[in-house]
Design a protein around this ligand. Structure first.
Ligand SMILES: [Zn+2]
Length: 313
């Protein structure tokens, strides 16, 4: 899509936004008409917990979509243009977002949930590097897989919402405190469950490098990933796959975990050749529909933990 088309759609959306409507006025029941959109489903759920009844949080990417490869449609551009607050993970996760925000223009509060967190360095042996590997020094944006780090997300979201809606600040403060208590409970619960896995078996092989913060927090070793790097954009070479299979056999990892939204075939092939089981599936980048197994961020982390513990204990 050319930029001029994007601008045209945007100006239409902005014009529409200028029309006086009843929605633009303050709504009753303690609600405000502030439009808040979060990039990912898990981030929308976290934000909804901070917002409580005061706001209805929208989400940009549908359930099950891989944010690494996301390409916004004209409807997405309009959604962003129409929002006053945009919540992103940040830390390089939403590569499409800078241009999208630039095109959307206007006065927006953009909240980077991960702002202030320090990116981890891959530990030795976590991935097979090849000469000229462009993924070797990419930062890891997957902070949310450690609930302890999501406390920072909640604080940033609370501050962003309070800035855009000062009258709601006291509400956001109370809701944030309540949710942080739940995050700390979840953190303790995961640590307890992980104790069921013998220490020598706390080893993870996943599709791409997304479980680093989870591994650091709960004492897992990352053995390797099918896709090289912290994104999902590039396929591994035959040599990298062979190295991974050798590495798994040598270290003795018991399972390879396949994340939803990823193509499972390569992971299944690696599992077969390494003689270990392929476990589907971890919800790492999206929650499920309300009827699914992980309809909230807290459920997503619990489900992943159960899956990992069951496979490795
Ligand atoms: Zn990822």
């Amino acid at each position: 899509m050319t930029k001029s088309i994007v601008r045209l759609i945007l100006s239409a959306a902005l014009l529409a936004a200028c029309q006086p409507t009843s929605q633009a006025a303050q709504a009753g029941g303690g609600q405000t008409a502030l439009k808040v959109i979060a990039a990912e489903t898990f981030l929308a759920d976290i934000t909804q917990n901070v917002a409580g009844d005061r706001l209805q949080i929208e989400v940009l990417m549908p359930i099950g979509v891989d944010p690494h490869g996301f390409e916004p449609t004209p409807a997405d551009v309009a959604k962003i243009a129409d929002s006053q607050v945009v919540i992103v993970n940040g830390a390089g996760f939403e590569e499409f977002m800078a241009e999208l925000l630039e095109n959307a223009g206007g006065q927006k509060t953009v909240v980077e949930a991960a702002a202030g967190l320090t990116q981890r360095e891959p530990k030795e042996g976590e991935h097979a590097e090849e000469p000229g590997d462009e993924h070797a020094h990419e930062g890891d944006p997957h902070f949310w897989l450690d609930p302890n780090k999501v406390i920072k997300y909640v604080e940033n979201i609370r501050d962003g919402l309070s800035q855009a809606d000062p009258e709601g600040a006291a509400t956001y403060q109370v809701n944030a405190e309540t949710y942080i208590v739940k995050l700390k409970e979840l953190d303790r619960w995961i640590a307890d469950r992980v104790k069921e896995i013998p220490e020598a078996d706390r080893k993870l092989v996943t599709n791409h490098e997304s479980f680093g913060y989870f591994a650091d927090r709960y004492g897992f070793q990352i053995i390797g990933t099918v896709m090289p790097g912290v994104s999902t954009g590039s396929a591994p070479s035959a040599q990298q796959l062979a190295q991974l299979i050798d590495h798994i056999k040598q270290i003795g990892a018991k399972a390879i975990f396949i994340e939803t939204g990823a193509n499972p075939q390569l992971a299944q092939q690696v599992a077969r050749e390494a003689g270990i089981k392929a476990v589907t599936e971890l919800y790492s980048h999206s929650i499920t529909a309300a009827s699914g197994v992980a309809p909230t961020y807290l459920d997503m982390l619990k489900f992943n933990t159960e899956t990992i513990v069951t496979a490795l204990k």
